[in-house]
Design a protein around this ligand. Structure first.
Ligand SMILES: Nc1ccn([C@@H]2O[C@H](COP(=O)(O)OP(=O)(O)OP(=O)(O)O)[C@@H](O)[C@H]2O)c(=O)n1
Ligand SMILES: C[C@](O)(CO)[C@H](O)COP(=O)(O)O
Length: 245
């Protein structure tokens, strides 16, 4: 069950979806601790990955959707979820060792895509709201690069080994997804990626010297990382459905 039909703002021509979506889904879910990919865990009876796909497909600005999956999961997707992949028009591509490798693989598949923007959204973030999608799509349409973030809510400390120090959190944000970019900019950033680790896509764009707009998003845009996150996600989903009822 996806978010109730919250009307999403159309930020462009309703006839020409302008956002291609890459969904990295090829991780191993080590921190989740399951024997299978955490993205097959059920939230309200549906696998996590399907919640993310359905919410993205629900947005009128979304055109192509490409999901990067591991070789061992591909059989599961194709055997057990072929109908859903067809229904939501999702293309599968081979993921890679790192998240950035998976995104780069999907970018290659989108080489001839017609959409002006490319959004990268973790399959592990099933609770993304339409209003957050609209906001980050609009911002990226204006600036060429925009990501959803939330402010740091706790106190942050840096471990220096022999001592620790408190970090001023007033200018600190936690990056979320979608991370949305003008297609050529993201391709250029990945073309220059020399393998130096990057845990998100915005870092690669920043390395090219392009500013990234931070868009304050909902704290309910949880990334399912640890088993207990699923319990929290169930509560958030119930709250979202109640709000949108
Ligand atoms: N090589 C990888 C690693 C991660 N991901 C995807 O990137 C998203 C965010 O990654 P994370 O939450 O860290 O997932 P895992 O890498 O699976 O988790 P862990 O680090 O605990 O193994 C997830 O949707 C994951 O499937 C991916 O497509 N390819
Ligand atoms: C992209 C991301 O979700 C932004 O917070 C995060 O960096 C993914 O990191 P992970 O280690 O792959 O979960």
């Amino acid at each position: 069950m996806s978010e109730a039909q919250a009307p999403s703002m159309n930020v462009g021509s309703p006839d020409a979806p302008s956002v291609a979506v890459i969904i990295p889904a090829a991780g191993s879910g080590q921190r989740f601790g399951a024997t299978t990919n955490k993205l097959f865990a059920l939230l309200d009876g549906q696998p996590l990955w399907l919640h993310s796909v359905r919410r993205l497909r629900q947005n009128p600005m979304v055109g192509s959707i490409v999901m990067a999956v591991s070789d061992q999961d591909r059989v599961h997707f194709e055997n057990d979820h072929a109908a859903d992949l067809r229904t939501y028009e999702v293309q599968l591509v081979r993921g890679g060792t790192e998240r950035s490798d998976s995104v780069q693989s999907a970018l290659g598949y989108l080489a001839d895509a017609k959409e002006r923007l490319v959004a990268v959204h973790d399959a592990a973030r099933p609770l993304i709201r339409q209003r957050d999608l609209d906001a980050v799509f609009t911002a990226a349409n204006q600036t060429g690069a925009a990501i959803l973030t939330v402010p740091v809510s706790g106190t942050v400390r840096r471990d220096l080994g022999e001592r620790t120090e408190t970090v001023d959190r007033r200018h600190l944000h936690i990056a979320l997804t979608p991370q949305v970019f003008e297609a050529g900019l993201l391709r250029s950033a990945y073309a220059k990626h020399n393998g130096r680790p990057a845990t998100d896509d915005a870092e690669l764009v920043e390395r090219c010297g392009h500013p990234v707009t931070l868009v304050c998003g909902g704290t309910d845009n949880l990334k399912i990382t640890y088993p207990e996150d699923l319990i929290v996600a169930e509560a958030i989903l119930r709250s979202q459905l109640a709000q949108d009822a």
